[in-house]
Design a protein around this ligand. Structure first.
Ligand code: FMN
Length: 364
C-alpha cells in the first residue's frame, strides 16, 4: 500500500469509526443468537424418523460451501436422502463449471454420513453426479465418531496461525482422512514449496480482483453487518474473517475503496507463512462425481483437523483461475486429473462463526 493509500484508508476509517464495529458485546445480539442456535451438536430425536432425518439435514447444512452460498436442497424419503444442487445459488464468475458447487454438495453429504452413524444409521452413497448425491439410509450400530463430535466446532479459519509444524502422526491422520475413491490429498510442509503455492495464490488473487464480474459476485455474497448477516443466514460475514462490520451502505463503499490486490496479497503472505502446511486435493477424473468425492475427502480432512485442534482455511485462487491450474499441477508433479482445492492448515485462534439458513429453507 502506498503512503497516500494508507493516509486515505486511515482517514476513511476514522470518519467511519462510530459506525464500524469489531470485537465482543456485553449482550448477545441477533447474530450471536443465530450462531449459538446453528452450531450446536445434533441430538437424535427419539422414535420420530421424520425428526431424525430433518436433524440429519441440519447437520449436513453445517458443511462449508463456496461463498457460503449453501447451494443445496434436500429430498427426504423414508430410507434415503438426496442432496440436490440449488442452481439458483450458482456463482458463475468464480465457479463457471459448477465445480465448487458439487464439492460443496460433497461436504454436506459427508456431514450427513457422519451424523447418520451417530444416530444409528448407515448413509451409503448410491450415486453422485450433476443430478445430485443420493444416500440410502440403513439401520446400523450407533457410533459417535470424533469426526461427528467435531461437526459444531469446524470452521474455515481465516486468521494467522502459530507457525509451528505438526507432528508426523497428525499429518498421517490428516492424509488418511483426506483420501478417497479417485481423490488424493498432497500435503506440502516444506517452506520452499509453500512459497511456490503462495506465488500462485497471489497471482490468482490479483487476476480475480481485476475481474469486475468476480468482484461484483463476491460483493453480492458479502454480509457487511451483523443484522444483515443474521437476516440472510448465508454469505460471507465480514466479522467471520476478522474484518470490521458496518451497515451495508458503508461497508460496500469501504469495500470499493480498500479491497485491493496489494493489501489482500500481503494478508495471504502472512497467513500462509504462519501455517504448518498446505493440502492440495486432486481428483483422478475431472467430472461431477469426483468433485463430490473431493468435497467428502476435504470435509473428513477438516473434521479430523478440528478433532486434533488444528485449523484450516481454503486458498483456492490457484484452482479457481483456470490458467493457473496446470502450473499448480506441474509444481506438484500431478500428470493427470484436476487439482480441486488448496487448503492451509495449522494451529491458531478460533474466529467468529458463519451462519446457516434454517432446515425448512432447504427442503424440497
Ligand atoms: C468448494 C469451496 C470453495 C471455497 N473456497 C474458498 C476460498 O477460496 N477462500 C476462502 O476463504 N474460503 C473458501 N471456502 C470456504 C467458505 O467460504 C466457507 O466454508 C463458508 O464461508 C462457510 O464458513 P465455515 O466453513 O466457517 O462454516 C470454500 C468452501 C468450499 C466448500
Amino acid at each position: 500500500m502506498t503512503t497516500r493509500q494508507q493516509f486515505l484508508r486511515a482517514a476513511a476509517l476514522t470518519a467511519a469509526a462510530p459506525l464500524l464495529a469489531c470485537g465482543s458485546r456485553d449482550t448477545p445480539d441477533a447474530y450471536d443468537q443465530a450462531a449459538a442456535a446453528t452450531w450446536r451438536l445434533a441430538e437424535a430425536p427419539v422414535g420420530d424418523a421424520g425428526a431424525i432425518r430433518r436433524e440429519l439435514v441440519r447437520c449436513a447444512t453445517l458443511a462449508p460451501s463456496s461463498h457460503n452460498t449453501q447451494c443445496w436442497k434436500f429430498r427426504i424419503e423414508e430410507r434415503a436422502i438426496t442432496l440436490l444442487p440449488d442452481l439458483s445459488r450458482r456463482c458463475p464468475a468464480v465457479d463457471p463449471d459448477d465445480h465448487h458447487l458439487f464439492v460443496s454438495l460433497g461436504c454436506a453429504a459427508e456431514n450427513l454420513a457422519q451424523a447418520a452413524r451417530a444416530f444409528g444409521l448407515r448413509a451409503e452413497q448410491r450415486s453422485a453426479g450433476r443430478d445430485g448425491v443420493a444416500l440410502s439410509l440403513e439401520p446400523a450400530p450407533a457410533v459417535a465418531t470424533p469426526l461427528y463430535l467435531a461437526l459444531p466446532q469446524r470452521q474455515c479459519t481465516r486468521g494467522e496461525y502459530d507457525g509451528q509444524p505438526l507432528r508426523s502422526d497428525e499429518l498421517r491422520l490428516l492424509e488418511q482422512a483426506g483420501s478417497g475413491e479417485g481423490v488424493r490429498v498432497i500435503l506440502i510442509t516444506e517452506r520452499a514449496a509453500m512459497e511456490q503455492v503462495l506465488a500462485l495464490v497471489a497471482a490468482g488473487n490479483t487476476a480475480q480482483l481485476q475481474d469486475k464480474a468476480f468482484v461484483e459476485e463476491l460483493k453480492a455474497w458479502i454480509r457487511f453487518g451483523r443484522d444483515e448477516a443474521a437476516h440472510a443466514g448465508d454469505g460471507l460475514f465480514t466479522g467471520a474473517s476478522g474484518n470490521p462490520t458496518a451497515p451495508r451502505w458503508l461497508g460496500s463503499r469501504l469495500f470499493d475503496l480498500f479491497f485491493k490486490a496489494g493489501s489482500e496479497n500481503d494478508k495471504y503472505s502472512k497467513q500462509i507463512r504462519s501455517s504448518a502446511g498446505i493440502a492440495v486435493f486432486v481428483s483422478q477424473v475431472d467430472d461431477a462425481a469426483h468433485w463430490v468425492e473431493a468435497g467428502r475427502c476435504f470435509e473428513r480432512f477438516a473434521l479430523q483437523a478440528t478433532a486434533l485442534g488444528i485449523r484450516n482455511a481454503m486458498i483456492n485462487q490457484p484452482v479457481e483461475v483456470a490458467a493457473l491450474r496446470p502450473q499448480l499441477a506441474s509444481q506438484l508433479g500431478v500428470a493427470a486429473g484436476r487439482p480441486d482445492l488448496v487448503v492451509r492448515f495449522g494451529r491458531g485462534p478460533r474466529m467468529p462463526s458463519s451462519l446457516r439458513r434454517p432446515v425448512q429453507a432447504v427442503l424440497v
